[in-house]
Design a protein around this ligand. Structure first.
Ligand code: TYD
Length: 135
């Protein structure tokens, strides 16, 4: 798999009992999963994220409800994606700026990460991000 932002469509293993989606590291996402976290209870007017990561790659999946993610590469390109299906995710490589917003009341945004948490690999200043990405 290449390292560009892209939507991932996971197989739904449905039967008469309901649906099941499997996400395996290095198979369904292009990294080994070292950490998961999930975001819920964010109001509609909240903007989360607002950072880039020097090392971490992520896959975001709205397992319930919906939200949007805006991705910026620091070189003038940006794109907005809607996450609204439990079987669809977005892959975000390292060194992209992301904002998550427009959370529905029932939104549960599951995040799979390639790294353990390390606050020092987060860039929380946009100007610093632009400087690093273009250096
Ligand atoms: P933050 O990175 O601001 O959340 P998001 O960007 O996803 O909206 O994280 C919120 C708080 O949680 C912050 O104090 C750092 C802490 N945190 C951890 O301790 N471990 C983690 O894996 C994450 C994602 C956050």
């Amino acid at each position: 798999m290449d390292k560009n932002v892209k939507m991932l469509d996971f197989t739904q293993r449905g039967d008469e009992r309901g649906r099941l989606v499997v996400v395996e590291g290095m198979k369904d996402v292009p990294f080994d999963i070292k950490r998961i976290f999930y975001i819920y209870g964010s109001d509609k007017d909240v903007v989360r994220g607002q950072h880039a990561n020097r090392r971490s790659e992520f896959v975001l999946i709205n397992v319930a409800g919906h939200s949007k993610v805006k991705v910026m590469d620091g070189k003038g390109n940006e794109a907005v994606f809607t996450l609204n299906r439990p079987h669809t995710g977005i892959y975000l490589p390292n060194m992209v700026w992301k904002d998550m917003y427009d959370f529905s009341d029932d939104s549960v945004l599951l995040v799979l990460a390639s790294e353990h948490y390390d606050a020092s690999e987060y860039i929380r200043d946009y100007e610093e991000f632009v400087k690093e990405v273009n250096s």
